[in-house]
Every structure is written in C-alpha cells, then in structure tokens.
Design a protein around this ligand. Structure first.
Ligand SMILES: O=P(O)(O)OC[C@H]1O[C@H](OP(=O)(O)OP(=O)(O)O)[C@H](O)[C@@H]1O
Ligand code: HPA
Ligand SMILES: [Mg+2]
Length: 190
C-alpha cells in the first residue's frame, strides 16, 4: 500500500474488539458518574472518537495538546502545553486518553500537571503500550495492546504528520526513520 510501511501489527478488527471491551469496562467502573474524557492531540483523536461511542454512560470531552521541548531536555520530561483544557477539572472524574505510551514522559507530565488541579479522580486509557522504551513508570488503568519496540503508525499515530488515517496499526520500515530509534520522536515532531 505505502512503500514506507512494513506490516500490519494490530488489525482494525482487533482494535474494534478492544475498544468495545474498554468501553464496557469504563462504563461499568464509572456507572452513576459523569465522565470527562481528555484526549491528547493529535494522536488520540481516532481512538477517542471510537472509544466514547463504546461508552454507555454520560461523557463530556476536552482536549490538550503538548510538545516536547526537544532532544536536550527530553530526558527531563519537560513538555510545553500548546493547548490547555477549556474548563476546570476540579471535582471531576477525568479519564486521560492516549494513543500510545512510549517513554512515558508525555503522560507523566500530563498526570503531574492535572493532579495539581484537584480532579475527583484521574485515570488513564491507552491503546498501545510500548514498555521496552519506558523511561518513567506511569499508571495505565485501561490498557489496550502491549507492542514491541517498533515505530508504529495508523489509527491516529503519525510519522511526520502522515498515516494517521490508516484503519490498522502498521510498523514503519526501520530504514524510514533510520537507526536513531531513540530520537524518533524528535524527528517526528511536526
Ligand atoms: O511516551 P512518549 O515517549 O512521551 O510518547 C508518546 C506521545 O508521543 C505521541 O505524540 P506526539 O508528540 O507525536 O504528538 P501527536 O499526538 O500530535 O502525534 C503520542 O501521541 C503520545 O502523546
Ligand atoms: O511508535 C510511535 N509511532 C508514532 N508516534 C509515536 N510517539 C511515540 N511512539 C510512537
Ligand atoms: Mg506524533
């Protein structure tokens, strides 16, 4: 299909089944509550759009966008907020929705930041978990798939802004992003 792509890692039909399961668990756990789902732009958009439709309790949405400060400070996990939440989350049941946790630096920063705003609860739902690259431990309350240490695209995930619209999750050919695997997030920044 695309010359940059190696193979399908997670087929769309498996994602669909996982989304249904996650939606059911979330609906069960938050029964009787009003849930605020917070999507992290842009990668989580496709997953969030499907997940919220698999949730049967009342849900409202908000979004954040963040950017890494770059290679030199990526080890510190410092990220910049490009778009903050529209509303206060004080006293609310908040579910952070991410497409992937790789080093964990983005999610760790987001959790630390949002905790200071006193939500009633703060949990995390992540479609793809790449534990081999973790640099900081982060809690994942609703995990989707554990994947190997390969760069993936599709279902919201991009390489240089492309491939987010693919219905399956694909492995990018290693020669496309080169051997500097540990820096791929920086190369990938838009
Ligand atoms: O665990 P980490 O190593 O921090 O990586 C995970 C983060 O990186 C990706 O976002 P990216 O910065 O590429 O932005 P995007 O969602 O707009 O593609 C992904 O959507 C996560 O937010
Ligand atoms: O494997 C990945 N693919 C796309 N974006 C990412 N951001 C962190 N890891 C990845
Ligand atoms: Mg990206």
């Amino acid at each position: 299909m695309h010359s940059d792509l190696d193979r399908i890692l997670v087929p769309g039909r498996d994602i669909e089944a996982k989304v249904a399961e996650l939606g059911w668990k979330i609906s069960r756990d938050y029964a009787g509550k009003q849930l605020l789902t917070v999507g992290i732009l842009k990668g989580s958009t496709i997953f969030m759009a499907d997940l919220v439709r698999a949730i049967s309790i009342p849900v409202s949405f908000d979004f954040m966008a963040v950017a890494s400060y770059g290679l030199s400070s990526s080890s510190s996990g410092v990220v910049r907020i490009l778009k903050d939440l529209d509303e206060s989350i004080e006293g609310q049941d908040v579910l952070l929705i991410e497409d992937i946790v790789d080093t964990g630096l983005t999610l760790n920063y987001l959790l630390e930041t949002l905790r200071t705003r006193n939500p009633a609860s703060l949990r995390v739902c992540v479609l793809l978990d790449k534990p081999n690259r973790r640099r900081v431990e982060v809690p994942i309350d609703y995990p989707g798939f554990v994947i190997p240490d390969e760069f993936v695209v599709g279902y919201g995930l991009d390489y240089g802004g492309r491939y987010r619209n693919l219905p399956d999750v694909w492995v990018l050919k290693p020669e496309v992003y080169g051997k500097k695997n540990s820096e791929f997030r920086i190369q990938n920044s838009e």
